[in-house]
Write a protein that binds this ligand. Structure first.
Ligand code: PMP
Length: 431
């Protein structure tokens, strides 16, 4: 399907293309669709993979004979810490198994930094004149809204295929002691699918920072969420940081939200033993222990790390075709027009779609007008502001395969229409 780039069409041909897309859009509206590609939620078929959890655990004691129904064990069930330690390439003593949400663990970590300061902090962050985080973009919207709520400033750096623009990060952290942290989703990033290379991870671990308590929030939410046989291994950030003399710099987060049940899984934190003591010390003032019944339920369900890996392959069978459908629809509708670029993730939950500059908001509102809900344009940027208004995050896991096909063909129409409108306006105004 060799199409001509839209920008190189004559005025007459562009006008004809515009008319054609307007007609396609009117037809799309006429279908009365009601589809939703907004959030990265597992489909119910994925949740069903873990239904055995509903009948577990069969035992009421852990392997040491402790009654899991009772209080205690703030750091989480030893068996589960071991299982995650193997999966995340860390030591069991570096792992805390908590409640059902890693996002909540990130939130309380930042609250502890603000109120008390961390292991290497000269004072609580709330006593600093200003606290700044480096935010690779596009990134995870909830990371940014969390910082906005705390009044933490955000400076952006570009996310590349192999991780953030590390030279830009190094320049930001070197002289400015207000720069206290960075968000990193190292494996199959939300939304770009990028995988942080070992080399970039090593530079982040080793770089000189003006703040002694600069912290890498290493959110490995998609560590095991492969979409192909080429299963990426996450960089070993705790060892890299320890080896370069900054053992407390990274704090790693993960959860089974997209492995078992999004609302009833287990979240974990992994960090240096000093950080783990610090974190548990503050947690102890607010909790007598986690839900160890759920911990044991997960241990019985998976048995071991290989059990998790096998389980993730079943997820892959369900969702990989949906990602293929996204690519197919975008290729069918847009290839050659040079009005959009999109990622081909090998894991994770998202496809990142970059449309013609200045048209992302229009695409999202056109889609809405045709009954297709997309994540708001700009959501993957701090304060929801994409300076180029071109970025759209697509989340194809929740709808059925046919719905993904229909929705994405519609999105392609909206992208082409918005681009034709924009080019037409630009020509009319002599841009
Ligand atoms: N981090 C990232 C990067 C995510 O995409 C998500 C879920 N969409 C989360 C964290 C949330 O994790 P949890 O369910 O463990 O709170």
């Amino acid at each position: 399907n060799p199409r001509t780039p839209l920008a190189s069409l004559s005025d007459d041909d562009l006008a004809a293309f515009l008319t054609q897309q307007q007609a396609a859009y009117a037809a799309l509206q006429g279908r009365g669709l009601k589809l939703d590609l907004t959030r990265g939620k597992p489909a119910s078929a994925q949740l069903d993979l873990s239904n055995d959890l509903l009948h577990l655990p069969t035992s009421t004691t852990d392997r040491a004979g402790v009654d899991v129904r009772n209080y205690g064990g703030l750091e989480g069930l030893a068996e589960l810490r071991e299982l995650f330690a193997e999966l995340l390439w860390v030591e069991p003593s570096q792992v805390v198994a908590g409640g059902n949400s890693s996002l909540t663990m990130m939130y309380s970590t930042i609250v502890d930094f603000l109120l008390f300061g961390g292991v290497d902090s000269p004072r609580p962050w709330s006593r600093e004149e200003k606290v700044t985080f480096v935010c690779p973009v596009p990134g995870y919207d909830r990371h940014f809204s969390m910082l906005a709520e705390f009044g933490i400033e955000m400076v952006t750096v570009d996310m590349h295929d192999d991780g953030p623009d590390v030279a830009a990060v190094e320049a930001l952290v070197k002289d400015d002691p207000s720069v206290k942290g960075i968000w990193i989703v190292p494996t199959y990033a939300n939304p770009s699918g990028a995988i942080v290379s070992q080399e970039k991870a090593a530079r982040l671990a080793a770089m000189p920072t003006a703040a002694p308590d600069f912290t890498i929030f290493w959110d490995n939410a998609y560590a095991f969420h492969h979409l192909t046989e080429d299963e990426a291994k996450s960089a070993d950030i705790l060892s890299l940081a320890a080896a370069s003399g900054h053992p407390n710099r990274p704090i790693m987060f993960a959860s089974t939200s997209k492995i078992t049940f999004a609302g009833a899984g287990v979240a974990v934190l992994a960090a240096s033993e000093a950080n783990v003591r610090w974190w548990l010390g503050h947690l102890a003032m607010g909790s007598i222990g986690p839900d160890k019944v759920n911990h044991l339920r997960h241990v019985e369900f998976f048995r071991d790390a290989d059990g998790v890996r096998a389980h993730m392959r079943k997820h892959r069978e369900i969702i990989a075709p949906k990602f293929a459908a996204v690519d197919e629809a975008l290729t069918d509708g847009l290839e050659g027009l040079e009005v959009a670029e999109w990622t081909h993730p090998t894991g994770g939950y998202f496809v990142n779609l970059d449309v013609l500059d200045g048209t992302a908001s229009r695409v999202v509102s056109l889609a809405k007008g045709a009954g297709i809900a997309l994540t708001p344009a700009g959501a993957s940027f701090p304060h929801g502001h994409d300076p180029r208004d071109r970025n759209i995050r697509l989340a194809p896991t929740f709808p059925g395969l046919d719905e993904v096909r229909t929705a994405m063909a519609g999105v392609a129409t909206c992208v082409a229409l918005a681009a034709a409108e924009k080019l037409t306006q630009d020509r009319a105004s002599g841009v």
